[in-house]
Design a protein around this ligand. Structure first.
Ligand code: FMN
Length: 223
């Protein structure tokens, strides 16, 4: 079997496993989402931007954010750059993943509620209504910055060292995509490990075995 075919089949099985694991939690999320609607994102910008080496040269963590919302086009490109599909023919993504399992879910916490990024539909699926931003970290700026990303790994039942290392790597690769896009787009960002992961997992109604690995704040730079 060709490598490409193997990778496609692996991704299909990963998606099936997610559906199976997520059944009860999906119902919890649907109930918690209340009146929140799916947000269908506009098409992302997938070319142009700052030259790569300039983005690497200016990449940095910033901890001061203006409260202004991101335009939908910017949010769309941010999420695509983070963890979208960049090869539609195979369904593969902008960040690498061990054995192409694509075992990371990207949650997006906005002022009005929390959503899961649906990379296939390029849309945000509601998971909990209300402002959960304060739960995404232990630093004050998380409460007022417009976007907090949450990297969640669907851990296998028997997780040991390799799975934990892979989970951290996956979040790291996605997080670096976010850093580079933010450098290119003039946005501020900081990746964060200082978070009460268990409380946040509960607020997002995550299925058992789905673990919050890191969070990352994004917004326009504050003064
Ligand atoms: C795994 C990880 C966890 C981090 N956690 C936090 C955090 O909780 N809060 C924070 O303000 N910065 C956090 N950072 C950002 C680092 O403090 C920052 O990358 C470092 O100071 C270097 O600065 P630079 O990113 O501007 O190069 C974290 C970075 C990594 C890689």
């Amino acid at each position: 079997m060709s490598l490409r075919r193997t990778l496609i089949i692996t991704a299909v099985f990963a998606a099936m496993a997610l559906t199976a694991a997520g059944g009860a939690a999906a119902a919890d999320q649907a109930a918690a989402a209340g009146d929140l609607q799916t947000i269908v994102l506009p098409a992302p910008q997938t070319s142009g931007g700052m030259p790569l080496l300039d983005a690497i040269r200016t990449r940095q963590s910033r901890r001061s954010f203006a409260p202004d919302e991101l335009p939908r086009e910017t949010l769309s490109t941010l999420l695509w750059a983070a963890w979208g599909i960049n090869r539609p023919e195979s369904g593969q993504r902008t960040a690498p993943s061990a054995r192409n399992r694509q075992a990371t879910d990207l949650y997006v916490v906005l002022a009005e509620g929390a959503y899961r990024y649906d990379h296939q539909a390029h849309a945000l699926q509601p998971v909990a209504a209300g402002d959960l931003r304060a739960l995404t970290g232990r630093q004050d700026f998380v409460q007022s910055a417009p976007v907090n990303l949450v990297y969640v790994e669907r851990m296998p039942e028997e997780s040991g060292d390799p799975q934990l290392i892979w989970a951290g790597s996956h979040a790291g690769f996605i997080g670096e995509n976010v850093y580079l896009y933010c450098a290119s787009a003039g946005l501020a960002t900081v990746v964060r490990g200082l978070v009460d992961a268990a409380t946040l997992a509960q607020a997002l109604h995550l299925p058992a075995g789905h673990r919050v690995i890191l969070t990352q704040t994004v917004g326009f730079p504050g003064s």
